[in-house]
Design a protein around this ligand. Structure first.
Ligand SMILES: Cc1cc2nc3c(=O)[nH]c(=O)nc-3n(C[C@H](O)[C@H](O)[C@H](O)COP(=O)(O)O)c2cc1C
Length: 148
């Protein structure tokens, strides 16, 4: 099961080429229409370029994480504080459901740069599978034929 950086059929095909048999999407699903998070977070993902995230807690304590760049996360990237970023998640509900992007940390991957719209999950999945199949057909007809 591959995770990280997957948003569509093309990235799914890339993961399968590397040996995956399934994919998991975090950022793509948090920004889907049915996702319960505030529209501000979804819009920030849609607006983000692939360079608009920061890597936090690189040296701990606790796990490292990647998040959308905001004033807060830009500061935390440079000065994580003695207890790392964990205390920042105390106000996560204000970000998740209240839409205050500076209240906490909006966990999101670099793949945000490839997400261009908020779409219903059914559309995301059906387009993804169709694109995946088209790419696999194209690659196999091109390279399997060349080999034969
Ligand atoms: C809203 C959200 C919450 C997450 N929470 C966790 C978590 O609790 N623990 C963890 O290891 N990773 C967490 N992640 C990171 C996901 O594991 C990561 O996004 C996953 O590898 C998929 O990558 P992608 O976002 O590029 O699809 C979270 C990601 C998002 C978007």
């Amino acid at each position: 099961m591959a995770a990280g950086g997957i948003s569509d059929g093309r990235s799914m095909a890339a993961a399968f080429a590397l040996g995956a048999e399934g994919v998991q999407m975090g950022t793509r699903m948090v920004s889907a229409a049915e996702s319960p998070v505030h529209q501000n977070w979804k819009s920030a993902i849609v607006d983000a370029k692939e360079t608009d995230t920061v890597f936090l807690n690189r040296f701990g304590p606790g796990p490292a994480c990647r998040a959308l760049r905001t004033e807060k996360t830009t500061l935390l990237e440079k000065e994580p504080g003695e207890n790392g970023v964990a205390p920042e998640f105390r106000r996560s509900q204000e970000l998740y459901f209240g839409g205050d992007m500076e209240a906490s940390i909006a966990l999101s991957g670099q793949v945000a740069g490839r997400i261009e719209s908020v779409r219903p999950v059914a559309e995301i999945i059906s387009e993804m599978v169709a694109e995946f199949e088209t790419i696999m057909d194209r690659l196999s007809s091109r390279f399997a034929t060349a080999r034969a």
